[in-house]
Design a protein. Structure first.
Length: 248
């Protein structure tokens, strides 16, 4: 039995008195996960605080995450848009079992109406998602906020998918986790590319997510690595903003 399934069995069999004390309270639900004996690949409170600050500044209407896992980040971040009736959080998760656990966690937090979990590989599900957004909103221009926290070797390929689908536009804020541990050096290099460097990379580097997702060389990013250290752990997030399109 996986540690994720063990956690699901644990949280679903808690006494009703305990569940009633946390139901509808996002931060209490997150505390249940933080205090669980086993460690999970969650954003955690330290890096989470950095991202929450940026969500409050941005006040996004459309947010997505690549890598929903057990729902921790969805609860933490969707809670910040809970009072906005027009805002929505979409969580893309490859593993159906993880998606089931996340659904329970998000529901327990009282945020199921703000979060939609989309199951499947992002390169397969993002094109249909884009089509849906454009059909629902004729004035749609791009995502407001993107959180990337899945397989590190897919950070760049899936960012190229997002670029190719025109889901990134001036004003889009992208936050990527685990920049130091376990590390995503290729991603940091990519978002720091000049237009010429990016054009060469995209023309010469095949995207494993599909040859049609070449990326966009003319998207200009302003990016910064922000280190976040705890008593026994050092990591960083990469905070990247699309500032413009290069027109030269």
């Amino acid at each position: 039995m996986s540690k994720e399934t063990e956690f699901y069995n644990y949280i679903t069999t808690l006494p009703e008195t305990t569940l009633s004390q946390v139901r509808g309270k996002p931060h209490e639900v997150l505390k249940l996960i933080d205090e669980y004996p086993q460690n999970f690949m969650n954003i955690g409170p330290h890096k989470g605080t950095q991202i929450v600050t940026r969500i409050k500044e941005k006040a996004p209407k459309t947010m997505i995450e690549l890598g929903g896992y057990l729902g921790y980040s969805a609860v933490l971040f969707a809670n910040e848009i809970a009072d906005d009736p027009d805002a929505k959080y979409y969580s893309f998760e490859l593993n159906p079992e993880f998606a089931k656990i996340a659904t329970y966690v998000i529901d327990l937090a009282g945020l199921l109406d703000k979060v939609e979990i989309i199951v499947g590989r992002a390169s397969y599900t993002l094109p249909a998602f884009r089509q849906r957004l454009f059909s629902e909103n004729k004035h749609y221009t791009g995502l407001d906020f993107i959180f990337i926290d899945h397989w590190k070797d897919l950070y760049v390929p899936d960012l190229r998918v997002l670029e190719s689908l025109n889901l990134i536009a001036p004003g889009t804020l992208i936050v990527a986790d685990n920049i130091i541990t376990p590390g995503a050096p290729e991603y940091v290099v990519y978002v720091n590319f000049s237009p010429d460097e990016k054009k060469l990379y995209n023309e010469t580097t095949k995207n494993p997510e599909g040859k049609e997702f070449i990326g966009r060389w003319n998207i200009l990013y302003d990016t910064k690595t922000i280190e976040v250290a705890t008593a026994n752990h050092k990591d960083a997030i990469e905070v990247t903003k699309c500032v413009d399109y290069f027109s030269g």
